[in-house]
Write a protein that binds this ligand. Structure first.
Ligand code: C2E
Ligand code: MG
Ligand code: MG
Length: 598
């Protein structure tokens, strides 16, 4: 730890003492009563009056002579003489004040201020020392005044304060500042070791900690944090450093000889430490942690930066549910997302999004059953942004709620436009996607009801496409929502079926009308027996559950034939049509229905 140079240390430099002695020496010289330099009693009055160690020195034949000294100095020098100064020893030099004075007398320095730290009888002692010239009968540089100011208690207070500033009071672990400082020392100490290992930071976030804090109170929250710290500590190795870097955030620094695999092992041990619940008075709490790690890429890695990288990885881990390793582009991605989010907000506010409509074809009759409404965004700055990029941003930022409401209104409004254009009700359905995030945040039945009422469209012409994640995140809420949609005669389709983890029991118990078989099974189904087997299984499962099926991603005629042969009801894909703007979609329906009739 570098010594802290306090403002007072500078201020206390005893210039005034030097001036006093200079005046005293020159007064005596003027009065021709300059004492014999060999006699130490000459300045006794002046030095004795000083409250800190002080001595007047001269230099003859390569040796320092003490011309005069006060009692404080005698005590100081005696105590110092019995020890080796710690500070100097640490710096690899065994100087003491005599050597510093010699350097001045031999012309290597003109003035000197330094700190002496040594182990005194009563513990560590710190003195702020100064050497300055005092004019004598041999000229302006004949004597040196040495003074030492005791800084021990100040330094102790500083070091206690410093420790406090760098320690988390709840867990007694280093906090973020303390962590970075400590690991900087560790890395520095290892820097010259041949064959040294690399190092990594693993960051850890307690998921839903604020909820525990809110429901059980701050005391329980504190207890939980302490227990978490203990658990993590118990699975770490001797040299690893654990810190609490934020309210519910911890970080582990580890030297790793075997790179990523070793980091993953440590992370796995940390994860396992939370497999059993934590007991807080009468409650058993299941603590979930998100883990992210970053490995140092270079020897002189900026450790603050490495910590930020580990935290960026944790942020991703919270979404993915698995351990994330920082990759260089993650931060760049975060930045891109930020721009994307800002632009998207403006686009929604200014009505710059548009809708396209992809036909859904009845595979048995070839008729258009309906259209799926898909959002499009062509930004003047960013260009065309795919929904696979902007929908996740909208979900993360909460913009999905206004976006989803707009999509609902827009698609039923389009249906109403087509009806008007056609002069009567078009016999087509309109499918719209509903994000699980919106299900959680918005009053979806109300939004659907309002959109339908405003456009004058019957609920039976609308299909809401949900993804499997909606079933998993909050099954009870989903049940309520589906019940409400059913009451409005709205059809419910399970989108991208086969890619999620929905269990069959919940699938069976919910009012779902259609399973949409994910494109990944359909697109390269031809010639892939496994995929055909999966598609066949989904179709028969749907049949058993009383549901219909739609195959996504039909790109070739033979796929449509095979799917129709397997009993799939509907199909959607580039083979029939890409998503089309409103008017083209309407014409597609006209063309196809007249062609089919003929
Ligand atoms: P999705 O709901 O599964 O929509 C089908 C996606 O597959 C669309 O991509 C469509 O263009 C594409 N597709 C259709 N046929 C084919 C084909 O034959 N081959 C290939 N390669 N692709 C085909 P898109 O429009 O890029 O939308 C991607 C996803 O974004 C959608 O997947 C949906 O989950 C989401 N999305 C789009 N619009 C909205 C919206 O308004 N609200 C919400 N919540 N999500 C939306
Ligand atoms: Mg869809
Ligand atoms: Mg889909």
């Amino acid at each position: 730890m570098p010594p802290i140079m306090t403002a007072r240390a500078k201020r206390d430099a005893p210039d005034s003492t030097t001036a006093m002695i200079v005046r005293s020496v020159s007064r005596r010289a003027r009065r021709a009563e300059v004492p014999d330099p060999a006699s130490a009693s000459g300045y006794a009055g002046v030095l004795q009056a000083l409250p800190y160690p002080a001595a007047l020195l001269s230099f003859t034949l390569g040796t320092i002579d003490i011309l005069d000294l006060n009692e404080e100095f005698a005590r100081f020098d005696e105590e110092l003489g019995s020890t080796v100064p710690q500070l100097e020893r640490r710096a690899g030099r065994h100087f003491d004040w005599r050597e510093r004075a010699t350097a001045m007398f031999t012309g290597q320095r003109t003035s000197d201020r330094f700190e002496l730290e040594f182990q005194g009888r009563l513990g560590a002692r710190v003195f702020s020392c100064s050497l300055s010239w005092v004019e004598g009968e041999d000229g302006p540089q004949s004597h040196l005044l040495f003074t030492a100011t005791d800084r021990t208690s100040e330094r102790k207070a500083e070091s206690t304060l410093r420790k406090e500033l760098m320690t988390d009071s709840l867990t007694a672990l280093p906090n973020r500042i303390g962590f970075v400082e400590e690991i900087e020392h560790l890395v520095e100490a290892k820097a010259d070791t041949p064959g040294k290992a690399g190092y990594a930071i693993i960051a850890l976030d307690l998921i839903r900690f604020s909820r525990i804090n809110e429901s059980l109170g701050a005391m329980a929250g504190d207890e939980l944090i302490i227990t978490v710290a203990r658990r993590v500590k118990s699975v770490l190795r001797a040299g690893d450093v654990l810190a609490r870097i934020g309210g519910n955030e911890f970080a582990v620094f580890a030297h790793v000889g075997h790179g990523l695999s070793e980091v993953l092992q440590i992370a796995e041990r940390v994860r396992k430490a939370f497999e059993s619940p934590i007991r807080l008075s009468t409650y058993l709490i299941n603590v979930e942690v998100a883990l992210g790690c970053a490995l140092a890429q270079e020897d002189d890695e900026d450790l603050e930066n490495l910590l930020r990288q580990a935290q960026a990885a944790v942020k991703r881990a919270k979404q993915s549910g698995t351990l994330e390793v920082y990759r260089a582009h993650v931060l760049r991605e975060a930045l891109k997302r930020f721009t994307l989010e800002n632009r998207l907000r403006e686009a929604i506010e200014h009505g710059e999004l548009s809708m396209v409509f992809q036909p859904l074809i009845n595979l048995q009759t070839g008729l258009v059953k309906g259209f799926e409404a898909l959002a499009r965004w062509n930004d003047p700055v960013l260009g065309t942004v795919s929904p696979t990029d902007f929908i996740p941003v909208a979900e993360e930022s909460g913009l999905i709620v206004p976006l989803g409401r707009w999509a609902l209104c827009e698609c039923v409004q389009t249906l109403a436009d087509w009806d008007r254009r056609h002069g009567e009700k078009l016999p087509v359905m309109m499918n719209v996607n509903l994000s699980p995030v919106q299900m959680g945040r918005d009053n979806v039945p109300r939004a659907v009801e309002e959109a339908l009422r405003y456009a004058g469209i019957d609920g039976s012409r609308l299909t809401i496409e949900l993804t499997e994640s909606a079933l998993i995140s909050d099954p009870d809420k989903t049940r309520q929502l589906l019940g409400a949609l059913q009451a409005m005669n709205v059809t419910v389709a399970m989108d991208d079926f086969g890619t999620g983890f929905s269990n069959l029991a919940s699938l069976q118990s919910l009012p779902i009308d259609i399973l949409k078989i994910d494109r990944s099974f359909v697109t390269d189904m031809m010639g892939d027996k496994d995929k055909i087997a999966i598609v066949r299984a989904i179709i028969s499962l749907a049949g058993a559950l009383g549901m219909q099926t739609t195959a996504e991603g039909i790109e070739r005629a033979e796929m449509a034939d095979v799917l129709a042969g397997l009993g799939c009801h509907y199909g959607q894909g580039y083979y029939f049509a890409k998503p089309l703007p409103s008017l083209e979609a309407y014409r597609y329906w006209i063309d196809r229905s007249s062609a089919t009739i003929i």
